[in-house]
Write a protein that binds this ligand. Structure first.
Ligand SMILES: Cc1cc2nc3c(=O)[nH]c(=O)nc-3n(C[C@H](O)[C@H](O)[C@H](O)COP(=O)(O)O)c2cc1C
Length: 315
């Protein structure tokens, strides 16, 4: 059996990437119901909102789901952990910070711990600290990116060689060919963000989904490189303004103030692309429809099986 499926008690090795503040109970629950692992992204939500999201997700699915804690983003790590223990959330995904101090407590309480990394060094550190699964995320991915800028293609085989625990590939995966490719590189599963936004169950603004459907391969851009705060966004009027500010040399605090969750929500949930931004990975160019989550997962698994047969014939 696939070790990621075994550790997480799920049917397909397809994980939802945490999406701070914007992913929601209907989407996470739908992914878990479809046999993947739904993941609540707590972002900068308040303790009450986090608790409510966990309760809402539990009401919608009896299957395992995860909570993503972006360590350097949320001021409420302690409260999130407390709610996770109270409601017996089985899986935690730690990202955007050093997971080592937090892992023992999760392990003592029986949770499966996933750590998101973007380099071999951090994968090894997370394994040493007790992580069960590594998500290795390449620079193709949506949202906050690592300064190393390693791509998924190069990162996955190097990380799988460097650690013994299972590795899940993230960044640039949107169909069954991507799933088959990740498995071929040595990963045991995939994590997706961008592809899951353009689904029926995602409560993102309809024009965000439409923008992903219309996007082509060159429609994402990077902002914040100058400040060591890299984000991959879809090209919009707001993203262009951020780039102009950066080129004009605005200071780091101004950039941070203009890329807070408030501006993310304006873009992603309100569909206001002039006054807010939307995250997107490079795989947006491949997104061509807005299926149900179940339809998407079934299609991906079938495509991956077919693609692996094609690969066999090619060699
Ligand atoms: C809207 C959005 C918000 C995201 N927020 C987070 C987050 O809060 N924490 C995190 O670890 N990753 C976050 N990510 C990254 C995803 O979890 C995932 O790893 C990434 O999207 C994978 O690459 P892909 O977009 O090419 O599929 C976000 C991605 C998107 C699209």
């Amino acid at each position: 059996m696939n070790p990621v499926c075994q550790l997480l008690n799920i049917r397909y090795p397809i994980l939802q990437g945490g999406m701070g503040n914007v992913s929601n109970a209907p989407l996470s629950a739908a992914i878990s119901e479809a046999g993947g692992l739904g993941t609540i992204g707590i972002g900068t939500l308040s303790p009450v909102e986090i608790e409510q999201l966990i309760i809402d997700t539990k009401k919608r699915t009896g299957n395992p789901f995860a909570v993503n804690i972006p360590l350097s983003v949320t001021p409420f790590v302690k409260e999130a952990v407390q709610s996770m223990f109270q409601y017996e959330v089985p899986v935690v995904v730690l990202s955007a910070g050093n997971p080592a101090p937090y892992i023992p407590k999760f392990k003592e309480n029986g949770l499966t711990v996933i750590c998101v990394v973007a380099s071999v060094k951090h994968a090894q550190k997370a394994e040493k600290a007790g992580a069960d699964i590594i998500v290795a995320e390449g620079y193709e991915a949506a949202g906050i990116n690592a300064t190393e800028e390693s791509t998924t293609m190069t990162l996955i085989p190097q990380v799988t060689d460097a650690v013994k625990i299972p590795v899940v590939a993230a960044g640039g995966i949107g169909d069954g060919r991507g799933l088959a490719a990740a498995l071929s590189l040595g990963a045991t599963g995939v994590q997706m963000g961008t592809r899951f936004i353009a689904t029926q169950e995602g409560v993102f603004h309809e024009s965000y989904k439409q923008k992903l459907v219309e996007a082509n391969d060159t429609d994402t851009t990077i902002v914040g490189r100058k400040y060591g705060k890299i984000r991959r966004l879809l090209k919009t009027a707001y993203a262009e303004q951020l780039q102009k500010d950066e080129a004009a040399g605005v200071d780091q605090q101004t950039f941070i103030d203009k890329t807070t969750e408030e501006f993310h929500l304006r873009g992603a949930v309100q569909g206001n692309f002039a006054e807010g931004f939307i995250n997107s990975g490079q795989i947006a160019g491949l997104v061509g429809d807005v299926p149900t989550v179940d339809g998407l997962i079934q299609r991906m698994v079938k495509e991956a099986e077919q693609q692996l047969k094609v690969i066999e014939r090619l060699l």
